[in-house]
Write a protein that binds this ligand. Structure first.
Ligand code: GLV
Ligand code: MN
Ligand code: MN
Length: 412
């Protein structure tokens, strides 16, 4: 109905936007530290807003700070959303999340300069706090958008320094001007790096994500009894750090025995009072367990709880708080078929793939037909400053994203 030239994105411009964004929070080792709601995140948001406005869109912010850059459609219909995140891990790379947002921006720019109008509006979203390293759970804002997490609970989440999410939003000058979710969405698309080695090893340009693994996150506080390291006999100790070490080793076994592709990780750890000659009285640590099969994930969780119970001897106590419980999910078969068709038509090589990482698309899949497209990354390395991709890989993924977005946005 709407005549279109055979249009692709501008790969050089996409790459230069990625490199420009990577300067914000750039680390000496070539990665990024742009954790959610820090001043660096604020700077990235301001740049994203400027770029989106220059591309002729209107940017609105929801109560959790997620940014929606909207290009109006010809008709008053529910929009197609394209999203991912600009926040990073403390020692993150340049592409995790950022590729999806910059590819969305590039689509908006290309549409603007080519004068392309679609029936439906297109919105490019930067979801707040996808990473979950500063505020747990990960994918916090998309969870709330999808109605999975109450907004008050999200706003009251605290980081390790005790700073409230809601206060952090205000501290970088975020002023919401649209409600949280509630609108009907025609479809959701996300482009992301694979963060694993499969596509590179098989020489495929994109992975079409069929399912995502489930994830359980806990905060654990292990309490023991502080006493003098020199005068307390070994058999009279309740050493919180020794109990923590036993729990970590048990988790390594739980993850290994659920393999492939189960995982169990302790990534955050604090010991108190952290003095050379005091038997540790308290340990705080995080637990991350994942598996694509809900029954296996439940069994891993049960073994973990049994281990926790068995370790509580003498004065050792282990207090657990579950901070995330995402069930494994399957992506919409119709959306997958559409992406396969478009990739074939464009001559882009593809394969089906399972997502090991969590993504905002998981929550969006609960409220709209959603799809997640992966592009390769070198050696599968991610959540690492060395994360790297090639410009042609970004371009192929963004071209498929554009073609799918235009097709969906022209649906009656
Ligand atoms: C998000 O990066 C996750 O932890 O999967
Ligand atoms: Mn990500
Ligand atoms: Mn990540």
């Amino acid at each position: 109905m709407h005549l279109r030239p055979n249009l692709g994105i501008d790969g050089d411009r996409l790459w230069s936007s990625l490199m420009e964004m990577a300067k914000i929070g750039g680390t000496p080792k070539g990665g990024c530290n742009r954790q959610a709601l820090t001043p660096e995140d604020g700077e990235a948001r301001a740049l994203f807003r400027r770029w989106c406005e220059a591309a002729g869109t209107t940017v609105r912010i929801d109560p959790l700070g997620s940014m929606f850059a909207r290009r109006e459609g010809l008709e008053d219909l529910p929009p197609v959303l394209i999203g991912s995140h600009l926040d990073t891990q403390p020692t993150g790379g340049k592409f995790d999340g950022v590729l999806g947002v910059m590819a969305g921006l590039e689509i908006l720019r290309r549409m603007e300069e080519a004068g392309i109008r679609t029936r439906r509006p297109i919105e490019v979203v930067n979801w707040t706090n996808e990473e979950g390293c500063r505020f747990a759970p990960a994918m916090l804002a998309s969870a709330a958008y999808a109605g999975v997490l109450p907004v008050e609970k999200a706003l009251d989440t605290r980081d390790i320094a005790g700073i409230r999410f809601g206060d952090a939003l205000e501290s970088i000058g975020i002023v919401p001007d649209r409600p949280l979710g509630g609108d009907k969405i025609a479809a959701y698309l996300e482009l992301h790096i694979e963060q694993g080695p499969i596509l590179e090893a098989e020489g495929k340009e994109v992975g079409l994500v069929t399912s995502g693994q489930g994830l359980f996150w806990y905060d654990a506080v292990i309490t023991g009894f502080e006493s003098h390291s020199g005068s307390t006999p070994m058999h009279m100790r309740d050493d919180a750090l020794v109990a923590a070490a036993q729990l970590i080793e048990a988790l390594r076994k739980i993850g290994t025995e659920a393999n492939p592709p189960g995982t169990a990780t302790v990534g955050q750890f604090e010991v108190f009072p952290n003095s050379r000659n005091v038997i540790p009285g308290e340990v705080r640590m995080t637990i991350d367990m994942r598996h694509p099969d809900p029954a296996v994930l439940r069994a891993m969780d049960q073994r973990f709880h049994e281990t926790v119970a068995a370790l509580q001897k003498g004065r050792i106590r282990i207090e657990l708080t579950q901070v995330a419980a995402t069930q494994p999910l399957s992506f919409d078969p119709g959306m997958l078929a559409m992406l396969r068709e478009e990739a074939d038509a464009m001559g882009i090589s593809h394969r089906n793939i399972i997502s090991g990482a969590g993504h905002d698309a998981f929550h969006m899949a609960k409220i709209a037909p959603a799809a997640l497209i992966f592009t390769p990354c070198a050696g599968g390395v991610s959540h690492n400053e060395a994360e790297s991709i090639e410009p042609h890989q970004a371009e192929a993924g963004a071209n498929l994203l554009m073609r799918a977005a235009l097709r969906l946005a022209d649906m009656p």
